[in-house]
Design a protein around this ligand. Structure first.
Ligand code: NAP
Length: 488
């Protein structure tokens, strides 16, 4: 995999140091963004010692860069860069003095680029842009903002069509939703990709750091999570920690998608041979009819949190149930024949109910909207729906909170009357942020064995990782990833 590292420093001295550091981190090519310097340098002394092919870029403000000087000045500077040993210059397709530049540096030294920081055009327009760029230089480079999975599909289609010409090219999907194109560029025929020096050093939205890219050797495994709001998701922290620990060439990304995007997302997974995706709120049920197969657990609960791509066949799993099972087992509480109160009747309650029903517990379920609890209880044996006002009338061996009450950003309240919490009980809050909810604190104070949703999250992630890779990652590694993510 060929990776070009973008270096954006404020002066030549720091840029040379950064180039040497990029070389040490495994850069095959280095792009120096001279437009990010405090001023266009008079001398390029020092770059000769770098020892990796370099690209000089002086992108103007109108082109999304920071250079505000004249076109003549730009031509003079880039010609000087080539004289000083830079292998290429990168110039925008619309650059008015293209002919002068070409004369000054020679066609073979020119990467001709096109960027759209707002959208991805249709496939035929992208092919046209690639052809136009390559007509003016030795390498065409296009970069488009990815807003939806269908943009990735269009970029892949255009790239594969253009790759038929046999010409080298670079095609990049910008933004977090385009990150997959930076990792799997070889699967659509692009010659290389761009990476940053490290977190916070990105010069283009969605750039991945060189360290993470260099771990990707051989048959790259990409997995991820889809949902509507993924900014706080901890899954990438857990899965990427596991890939690093196992020495696997894997990367876990975020595939943000609306409900209408799900068919395109599944096509994207097929086209780019992505191993699979986790599925979170609000798609766990709406993705079910789009899948080819369901494993028995997912079938039973009618919700999928893990999709595996088996050679283009999309198979749905539900590892949340596994997460619940493992949490109970780790806590040493066997619910068989025990009275368990479940608060809530949404997705988490479905996973908990499936486990409790299979374990032959006597489950009592209360929910703000009783009809939803009734509908859920109809799908499983052994669940009795009770009125919220009757919750305090019974005693329970275990209580599981499946509402967001107590979660960061929600009212810091108990979902149950405090009186039902007592010594010897097992209490599970499915919430993991904050690490100790009011329910967990109250349980501890009253002598119960109280745990948060952290283990459920970690164990569901471990099982998903195993489904995709065949390797069960270490609990401690995923826990460390979870904690690192929580601390950010
Ligand atoms: P969901 O499908 O939206 O269901 C939410 C449930 O909570 C519904 O029964 C809802 O009642 C009830 N609810 C919502 N707001 C409430 C309020 N203000 N007062 C009382 N009840 C309220 O959500 P979910 O996916 O089940 O998630 C629920 C919780 O589980 C979240 O805190 C989430 O973080 C956690 N969770 C944890 C994991 C894990 O791995 N640890 C996995 C999944 C979920 P109505 O039916 O009346 O709307």
């Amino acid at each position: 995999m060929k990776v070009c590292v973008s270096v954006a420093e404020k002066d030549v001295r720091s840029a040379v140091d950064a180039c040497i550091s990029a070389k040490e981190r495994g850069a095959d090519l280095i792009e120096v963004r001279f437009d990010h310097m405090d001023q266009v340098p008079m001398s390029l002394l020092g770059f000769g010692s770098v020892g990796v092919p370099m690209i000089a870029t002086l992108r103007s403000v109108a082109e999304g860069g920071r250079y505000s000087g004249s076109d003549d000045g730009k031509v003079r500077f880039l010609a000087e860069a080539v004289k000083e040993g830079f292998s290429y210059v990168d110039v925008e397709l619309g650059f008015a003095s293209m002919a002068d530049l070409s004369k000054a540096v020679g066609d073979g030294k020119m990467i001709v680029s096109y960027h759209d920081f707002e959208r991805t055009p249709k496939t035929s327009d992208m092919v046209h842009l690639l052809v136009s760029c390559s007509a003016k230089g030795s390498l065409a480079k296009v970069a488009f903002q990815i807003n939806r999975p269908k943009d990735v599909l269009a970029l892949v289609e255009a790239s594969r069509a253009y790759a038929e010409t046999g010409n080298d090219f670079v095609a990049i999907g910008m933004g977090e939703r385009g990150a997959v194109t930076r990792v799997l560029f070889e699967r659509f025929g692009a010659s290389f990709t761009y990476a940053s020096m490290g977190a916070g050093k990105e010069v283009s939205p969605g750039q991945i750091d060189i360290g993470s890219m260099r771990r990707l050797k051989g048959d790259i495994i990409v997995t991820g999570v889809t949902g509507q709001s993924l900014s706080h998701s901890l899954s990438a922290w857990m899965h990427n920690a596991a890939y690093a620990d196992e020495g696997m060439p894997g990367m876990y990304l975020k595939f943000q998608a609306e409900k209408d995007d799900l068919p395109d997302l599944l096509d994207m997974i097929t086209e780019l041979e992505i191993r699979g995706t986790n599925v979170t709120i609000p798609h766990k049920q709406s993705i079910v009819p789009l899948l080819d197969e369901l494993d028995p657990e997912a079938e039973r609960i009618g919700a999928v949190n893990t999709v595996k791509n088996e050679d283009g066949v999309m198979k749905g799993f539900n590892t949340d149930v596994h997460g619940v099972r493992m949490t109970f087992e780790k806590a040493g509480f066997d619910p068989r024949g025990k009275d368990v109160l479940v608060m809530g009747a949404g997705g988490a309650a479905r996973a908990v109910s499936s486990y409790l029903s299979a374990s032959k517990a006597n489950t009592y379920m209360a929910n703000r909207t009783p009809d939803k609890a009734k509908a859920l209880a109809d799908s499983f044996d052994g669940i009795e729906v009770i009125d919220l006002n009757d919750v305090a009338k019974r005693r329970y061996d275990a209580i599981v909170n499946c509402t967001p009450l107590g979660m960061k950003g929600y009212p810091d309240e108990l979902s149950v009357p405090a009186d039902v919490i007592g010594p010897g009980q097992f209490i599970m809050d499915t919430i993991y942020n904050p690490p100790k909810t009011r329910l967990v604190l109250e349980g501890e104070a009253r002598g119960a064995n109280a745990v948060s949703g952290k283990d459920m999250l970690i164990f569901q992630a471990m099982r998903a990782f195993e489904i995709w890779t065949g390797t069960l990652p270490k609990y401690e590694v995923m826990k460390a990833g979870f904690e690192e993510g929580m601390a950010r």
